[in-house]
Design a protein around this ligand. Sequence first.
Ligand SMILES: NC(=O)c1ccc[n+]([C@@H]2O[C@H](COP(=O)([O-])OP(=O)(O)OC[C@H]3O[C@@H](n4cnc5c(N)ncnc54)[C@H](OP(=O)(O)O)[C@@H]3O)[C@@H](O)[C@H]2O)c1
Length: 351
Amino acid sequence: MTDRVNRRWLVAKPLEGKPTAENFRWDESPVPSVPDGHFLVRNRWLSLDPTQVLMLPQGDPPKGPVPIGGVMGGITVSEVVESRHPGFSVGDIVHGEMAWEDYTVSDGSGFNPAYRVPDGVPLDWATGVLGLTGLVAYFGLHEIGKPRPGETFVISGAAGGVGSVASQLAKIAGLRVIGIAGSPTKCDWLVQEAGVDAAINYHEEDVAQRLTELCPDGIDIFFDNHGGPLLETALDRLRTGGRVILCGVTAHYLADTRPPGPANLVQLIMVNGRMQGFLGRDFIPRRAEAVDAMLPLLRSGRLKAKEDVLEGLREAPKGLVRLFSGDNIGKQLLRFEEPPGSGGAEGQGPA
Ligand SMILES: NC(=O)c1ccc[n+]([C@@H]2O[C@H](COP(=O)([O-])OP(=O)(O)OC[C@H]3O[C@@H](n4cnc5c(N)ncnc54)[C@H](OP(=O)(O)O)[C@@H]3O)[C@@H](O)[C@H]2O)c1
């Protein structure tokens, strides 16, 4: 394996403001050998996630989980091509923490521990709608939100990776769904394709006024992917017994200083409301529940896997940039091409 080239992206510069292509440097090195207790994967699909910016060094002196010159990390769906690990065999398809490179050596551990993808699941779905993104949407809605049919559900980041799945699952659960998103194209997709009841473009519309019109009796569940001012707007409209699902804070990941919190937390007291954060990785042991529920919906077309796919490892920096320019619609994914010199012997699994 060591005579093969491992194409990869290294971190080149600390993060200053939004991520750019200049934060990364292309590199080619030999494919690493595999120590005892580890396995080697060929990466097949990469999930681009807003929290990946938190891996980049920041500050003075710059500090972060991936140092300058380190390989950029990311969650992938990958094929095991060599194994000295008792839990993973050659040919297994795994979901786990790998990197922006063709081949990664792993022991399967990490914040999101590696797991085998069930047979027959398309690899793009395994990376997105049935990967961590889908787990977050499914368990965030059902476990944290505890929805009841007929309730009013409002969601920020509604046309993103998590949001596009959660919005549709909320409709399927019989809720009235209002999606908040950042462009007319996203709002059109939400109403026309995802089937939500209404969409608000928060860049162009007065969200407070639109929510007052659209939710005259208030909001039962607010699913927050932004963590910005929309949270305060939603809290003001929370109904008795309302729930706020704290999923992500995309508005905070690039902030130099800690932004102010909502000034109206008293609203939670006044309505006996509940606001709860959660981590999708804690639901990995229960992933089969989500897959069993969502796979038939996907196969029947009731749930649409909205994917924004970049082709080839060279495009990885662009994927991260798109998340913060708001250009992605649905889950931002990247499909790896056949690595040079692999001879096509690997990668015969499902696409
Ligand atoms: N709790 C967990 O375990 C867990 C796991 C995975 C993801 N998450 C979180 O869930 C959220 C959604 O994740 P995702 O993977 O589906 O990403 P995503 O929503 O597809 O992320 C990109 C979108 O974020 C929005 N955005 C970009 N810059 C922003 C800013 N400065 N302020 C507010 N919004 C901005 C844009 O959409 P719009 O402008 O259209 O909103 C953009 O298209 C993220 O915060 C992520 O960290 C949480």
